[in-house]
Design a protein around this ligand. Structure first.
Ligand SMILES: NC(=O)c1ccc[n+]([C@@H]2O[C@H](COP(=O)([O-])OP(=O)(O)OC[C@H]3O[C@@H](n4cnc5c(N)ncnc54)[C@H](O)[C@@H]3O)[C@@H](O)[C@H]2O)c1
Length: 391
C-alpha cells in the first residue's frame, strides 16, 4: 500500500509535546493500514531550549514562533501541546488556516474558552482530537462495551475519581499549574475534565450537579521559571496558589443514574489514581489507571456459590490491546494510549469520519465543569446548560 506523507507541526515541546511526537513516530508500526505516514516537519516552543530539544523528538526544524508552524504550507495537521492559556488563540489560528488539530485537554483555561475553541473548529470544518487519552484504555473500552450491551443491567451508581499527589509536597514550586492566568482552573479543569469525560463514555450525559471546590495548600515557594515537577530551594519566597486543589460533586445523570465525582491534586499516597466504580442492577465493575491492565468485574448470575468480584486481565480481545502486545497479562502503559489517539486523529483526517474524543467531547465536559463552578458558587444543585457563562 502506498502511504502519502502528512505534514505535522507541533506547538509546545514539553511533556505532552514529546508524547505526541513519539506517537506520530510509532503509529505506523501499530496501525499499518493507515494510508498516511506522518512527517514531523516543524515544532515550536517559546522557550528556545525546549524548541531546540524538539529536534531530538524527530522534527526537521524548530522555531520559537508558534504561528510559523501554522503558516507553514506543508503542515496539514497541528498538535497543540502548549499550556492552557494559549490553546484558544492557537486553535483558532490553526482552524482558520484549514489545519486539523490534536489538542490537549482541558482545551483552554475556562469553559468559555473551550466553547470558543469548539466554535472555531466547527466553523472551519477541520477534524479534531482532544487528549482524553484514558478513553483508549483497552479495558475501559471493554467496560464501556459491557455496559452498552446491558451485561450489568441499568446503571444505578457511578463513582468517578482522580487522585494525584504531584502537588501534595508543600516544597513543590509554584509552576504554571497554580497560576490562574496560565492554567485557568486547578483540579476542576485539569483532572475533573478527565473524570467527566470518562463518565460520559461509561454512563452518558449529566443533567445536574451539586459541587464544592477549594484550595488546600494556600501558598507555594516561588522559583523563577519553575517547571511543573520542580522542588523549590529552602527559604524561597512564597506565592499564593490561585486555583483549586480539590473538587467534589454529586451528580445526576440524564438516564437516572446517581454519581459522585471527586478529584484532588494534593492527595498524599495516590500517585495517578483515575478510576471509577460502576454499579448496575445486575452487575458491577471497577477500574483504576494505577492498575490499568486489570478490571474488577462482578456478575453474580454467573458465579454460583463463589459469588464475588473477579479480576479480568487485559489481552488482545480488549480494545486495541492486540495492536501492541500479543498476549493476555502483558500490560500496556500510558504512552501507548497516545499512539492509539494519534491513530484516531490521522484516521479521521484520511477517511473523513470525526472520531471521539474530539472537540465536541471537550465542550460536553466543559459544560459540566461550568455547571460545577456555578453550583460551587451558589451552594445549590445546578443544571448542566447549553450556554456557558463568563468565568
Ligand atoms: N492528556 C493528559 O493526560 C495530559 C497530561 C499532562 C498535561 N496535559 C495537558 O497538556 C498541556 C501541556 O502540558 P505539559 O504537561 O506538557 O506542560 P509542560 O510545561 O511540560 O509543556 C508546556 C510547553 O508549552 C510551552 N509553551 C507555552 N506557551 C507557548 C506558546 N505560546 N507557544 C509555544 N509553546 C508554548 C512551554 O514553554 C512548555 O515547554 C496542558 O494543556 C495540559 O493540561 C494533558
Amino acid at each position: 500500500m502506498t502511504q502519502r506523507e502528512i505534514g505535522i507541526g507541533l506547538i509546545g515541546a514539553g511533556w505532552m509535546g514529546s508524547l505526541h511526537a513519539q506517537a506520530y513516530r510509532r503509529v505506523g508500526d501499530h496501525y499499518p493500514e493507515l494510508p498516511v505516514r506522518p512527517r514531523l516537519l516543524v515544532a515550536a516552543d517559546v522557550d528556545p531550549q525546549r524548541a531546540e530539544a524538539a529536534r531530538r523528538m524527530g522534527f526537521e526544524s524548530t522555531t520559537t514562533d508558534p504561528y510559523a508552524v501554522i503558516a507553514d504550507s506543508q503542515v496539514e495537521a497541528v498538535s497543540i501541546t502548549a499550556t492552557n492559556d494559549v490553546h484558544v488563540e492557537l486553535i483558532r489560528a490553526a482552524a482558520e488556516a484549514g489545519k486539523h488539530v490534536w489538542v490537549e485537554k482541558p482545551v483552554g483555561r475556562f469553559p468559555e474558552e473551550t466553547a470558543a475553541a469548539a466554535a472555531a473548529v466547527e466553523a472551519a470544518g477541520v477534524y479534531s482530537t482532544v487528549g482524553f487519552n484514558y478513553r483508549q484504555v483497552p479495558l475501559v473500552v471493554h467496560a464501556q462495551n459491557l455496559v452498552a450491551a446491558g451485561k450489568l443491567g441499568s446503571v444505578r451508581n457511578y463513582r468517578g475519581r482522580f487522585f494525584v499527589d504531584y502537588a501534595s509536597n508543600v516544597a513543590r514550586a509554584f509552576s504554571w499549574r497554580f497560576a490562574r492566568d496560565v492554567a485557568g482552573l486547578g483540579a476542576l479543569g485539569d483532572i475533573m475534565s478527565h473524570v467527566i469525560d470518562q463518565a460520559h463514555q461509561m454512563v452518558g450525559p449529566i443533567a445536574s450537579v451539586c459541587a464544592h471546590q477549594e484550595i488546600q495548600i494556600a501558598e507555594r515557594p516561588a522559583a523563577e521559571g519553575a517547571t511543573q515537577f520542580a522542588i523549590a530551594a529552602e527559604g524561597s519566597k512564597m506565592r499564593a496558589v490561585e486555583n483549586d486543589d480539590y473538587a467534589v460533586s454529586l451528580v445526576h445523570f440524564e438516564n437516572g443514574a446517581r454519581g459522585v465525582f471527586e478529584v484532588c491534586r494534593t492527595m498524599v499516597g495516590r500517585h495517578c489514581d483515575l478510576g471509577f466504580e460502576l454499579h448496575g442492577t445486575e452487575g458491577a465493575l471497577g477500574w483504576s489507571f494505577q492498575r490499568m491492565n486489570e478490571l474488577e468485574l462482578y456478575l453474580p448470575s454467573q458465579e454460583g456459590e463463589d459469588v464475588g468480584y473477579r479480576t479480568v486481565f487485559a489481552g488482545p480481545q480488549h480494545g486495541d490491546h492486540g495492536r501492541f502486545e500479543p498476549d493476555t497479562g502483558v500490560g500496556l502503559g500510558y504512552s501507548q494510549l497516545k499512539v492509539s489517539e494519534a491513530n484516531g486523529f490521522l484516521a479521521s483526517i484520511t477517511d473523513g469520519k470525526q472520531r471521539r474524543p474530539g472537540i465536541a467531547e471537550a465542550l460536553a465536559s466543559a459544560r459540566v465543569v461550568d455547571a460545577m463552578l456555578r453550583s460551587a458558587e451558589s451552594g445549590s444543585w445546578t443544571s448542566v446548560g447549553e450556554a456557558i457563562a463568563h468565568t
